[in-house]
Write a protein that binds this ligand. Structure first.
Ligand code: GYE
Length: 330
């Protein structure tokens, strides 16, 4: 296993101890497909699914970064189902990969399978989304955005927009996948900022599961039961784009009759922002691949890595989107 070789070569005394430990696990059999053979680091990656433009860009970036870093990637798509992700992780453990990385679809319910990885001495890296496990030794590091901060940025834009108005501001919210870290945190960060002024009223809030189709469907229902919507806050671009179709279908003008704030800044979202159909986007970068491969190599070599690596992100107004669009990578 590369784990052992690189630990021995790269990291001196501490690594020697680690390598000693892992050789007692009965492993060392390179024929099972996991580590070893050609000396490449083998990563098992359990992806959430293909629910959004963000996810597609994230998958592509991880696959390209693995290739560039000389990492052998075993990739699985869980179709937004936790049970599928758990199955994939178990299969990576069985294949004795060098490192497991995954983006947990929801925050809860991971302790058992993470313990299994720990017992098998396979390090785990969380990318993009967090788990709520109390035992933080179950994973080496968490690489991804600060979703609470993203929610706060969305809320702050709204507060600034309506600072001179005394009237109530009726907000509807399209939440991400129920129980997921980005849905929980983007909701709470936003709420924290807007609750400073009681004129901001969230009159309806429901999950659209981060997809365009669901975003459209839920927005149609919102429009039917609430004649007086001022603002839509969608936890990602895709749901916002679906909602735009619903708003136009109801004879209203997105970006004018109803102001729209979304998160991600994927290409189609940025285009709608530049076209005036969205009013503000909080960026969430899916380009985590290079950092992930780097962290994986360090972790496998027994080097220390920070417990938390936060992605750098910005925000876009309509003018900024028009300017940035030609140079966006996704
Ligand atoms: O915002 C959304 C995707 O976890 C940050 O998942 C990610 C989110 C992203 O489906 O579009």
């Amino acid at each position: 296993m590369l784990k052992r070789i690189s630990a021995l070569i790269l990291a001196g005394a501490t690594a020697l101890t680690m390598a000693g430990c892992s050789s007692s696990d009965g492993g060392g059999d390179s024929s099972v497909g996991g580590g070893a053979d050609d000396g490449k680091l083998v990563m098992g990656f359990a992806q959430v699914g293909a629910e959004s433009g963000w996810r597609t860009a994230n998958t592509k970036d991880i696959q390209e970064s693995a290739k560039a870093a000389g990492v052998e990637l075993k990739f699985s798509d869980a179709q937004q189902k936790q049970e599928n992700q758990i199955k994939a992780i178990r299969s990576y453990i069985q294949q004795k990969v060098d490192v497991i990385a995954f983006s947990p679809v929801v925050e809860s319910g991971w302790d058992t399978v993470l313990k299994e990885a720990q017992n098998a001495k396979i390090p785990v890296i969380l990318t993009d989304r967090a788990v709520d496990s109390k035992d933080t030794s179950l994973y080496k590091t968490f690489l991804g955005s600060d979703f609470v901060e993203e929610g706060k940025k969305a809320g702050q834009w709204l507060v600034d927009q309506y600072k001179d108005s005394k009237d109530d501001v009726n907000i509807v919210q399209l939440e991400g996948t129920t129980g997921s870290a980005p849905a929980n945190d983007r909701k709470s960060g936003f709420q924290e900022v807007i609750s400073a002024d009681p004129k901001f009223k969230v009159i309806a809030s429901q999950s659209g599961d981060f997809t365009r189709a669901k975003g459209k469907e839920v927005m149609e229902a919102f429009l039917k039961s609430n004649p007086d919507i001022d603002v839509l806050y969608a936890h990602n671009d895709d749901m916002g784009l679906g909602a735009i179709e619903a708003i136009e279908g109801a004879g209203k003008v997105p970006g004018k009759d109803i102001k729209i704030i979304t998160v991600d800044a994927v290409h189609d979202g940025m285009q709608a922002l530049a076209d005036g159909k969205i009013n503000f986007i909080v960026e969430c970068s899916p380009l985590l691949g290079t950092q992930l491969m780097d962290l994986a190599k360090k972790v496998v070599a027994g080097e220390q890595v920070p417990q938390r690596v936060v992605t750098e992100e910005t925000t876009f107004t309509q003018e900024q989107a028009a300017e940035a669009l030609p140079n966006r990578k996704y």
